[in-house]
Design a protein around this ligand. Structure first.
Ligand code: CP3
Length: 335
């Protein structure tokens, strides 16, 4: 599989390609299945429907990898925290006050349908399409658990200074349960896994080391001990000057990059040969035209000769025209 060869360090040309949130609201067939499911969480927990929406962008665009359709917040829900998605507003959880309320022993039973989706997908996907399993990075999941919603994560940031022991306890539960959750996905057929540390960038350096790098490393070490062949992609979004330390110490094989991090500059501060994934600005995919084509050309040229997985720097937004995605795929395939 071309995608897995690059993840193992080959510099193939043109690079393999997939897009974060490639299954989603910009596709009319997704909106149809989503309406049938009723709500987003039911969709994540319905193996047949989650399988279908994972396959939709593969059929339509022929990406090199499919990503399991689920959400990073299914794990805290499985641990017993309430979760709902307020229409048009995003996730809402009752802010966590006490780690002893979490029930790691029950989680596997709740996320079982997600694991079932992985098994179905490995059967139904074309042989040449890699299947990416994923979880949220512990720091990012803790942000939602402690604040109860996205935004500035003010409570998490305050706790980081005033009650770091509480934050550490939450992270410890998340590390253990994320190891089990990703192991289950790998056992069910995921070819590699990605850790979404989307809010890594809110932590100052000492907390970044303790809350982001160390928990990611513990997950990486445990997974490598069980599955030496399975590659891990870390996505420490907006890591800034901490990127180099993350690349060296977080136990990951590849780095997903956001769009404000120059990819050549990132390469210069990472260990030689580190696999990089990204990082076209999702706004360009909405705009299309010459701006998209010029930036795409620049990114391809910058990474030619290096192990690169073409992607966006963040997820596709619902307002992206399908025709722009088609054009992007065509241009990447031409090299
Ligand atoms: O196609 C894929 O990328 C796979 C599925 C996937 C989703 N969420 C589906 C989703 C993945 C890998 C995620 C990860 C995720 N979820 C992250 C990390 C990546 C990132 O975007 O930074 C985060 C922070 C979340 C939490 C989350 N889920 C938020 C903040 C929201 C609301 C914002 C939004 O885009 O609506 C979601 C909802 C969500 N997750 C949707 C999808 C397709 C939209 C749900 C809908 O259909 O209404």
């Amino acid at each position: 599989m071309k995608f897995l060869d690059v993840l193992a360090g080959d510099a193939t040309w043109p690079p393999p390609l997939w897009l974060m949130r490639q299954a989603g609201r910009y596709l009319p067939e997704y909106r149809e299945v989503r309406a049938k499911a009723g709500d987003f969480i039911s969709l994540c927990l319905s193996p047949a429907l989650a399988e279908e929406v994972t396959l939709q962008p593969i059929r339509k665009f022929g990406f090199d990898a499919a990503i399991l359709f689920s959400d990073i917040l299914i794990l805290p829900m499985a641990l017993g925290q309430g979760l709902r998605f307020a229409e048009g507003e995003g996730p809402r959880l009752p802010p966590l006050e006490d780690v002893s309320l979490l029930m790691p022993g029950r989680a596997a039973g709740v996320y079982a349908p997600v694991i079932e989706t992985v098994s179905r997908l490995r059967q139904s996907l074309p042989k040449e399409t890699a299947l990416i399993g994923f979880a949220g990075g512990p720091a990012t999941v803790a942000c939602y658990m402690l604040d109860g919603q996205g935004g500035g994560f003010g409570r998490t940031r305050q706790l980081g200074y005033e009650n770091p022991g509480f934050v550490r306890d939450v992270l410890a539960v998340l590390v253990e349960s994320t190891i089990e959750y990703l192991s289950a996905q790998i056992n069910a057929g995921a070819d590699c896994v990605m850790l979404f540390e989307s809010w890594a960038g809110i932590f100052p350096p000492s907390q970044f080391r303790e809350f982001v790098i160390e928990p990611n490393r513990q997950i990486g070490v445990a997974l490598k001990a069980r599955y030496p062949e399975v590659k891990i992609i870390g996505f420490p979004r907006l890591a800034g000057l901490m990127l180099s330390e993350y690349a060296r110490n977080a136990g990951v094989d590849a780095l997903g990059l956001d769009s404000v991090t120059g990819i050549a500059a990132a390469r210069a501060v990472c260990p030689p040969g580190m696999v990089l994934q990204g990082n076209l600005d999702p706004l360009l995919l909405k705009l299309g035209g010459k701006a998209l084509e010029a930036a795409l050309r620049g990114l391809l040229d910058e990474m030619r000769g290096h192990p690169h997985i073409f992607n966006l720097g963040h997820g596709i937004t619902p307002d992206v025209p399908e025709a722009h995605v088609k054009r992007l795929v065509e241009l990447v395939r031409q090299g």
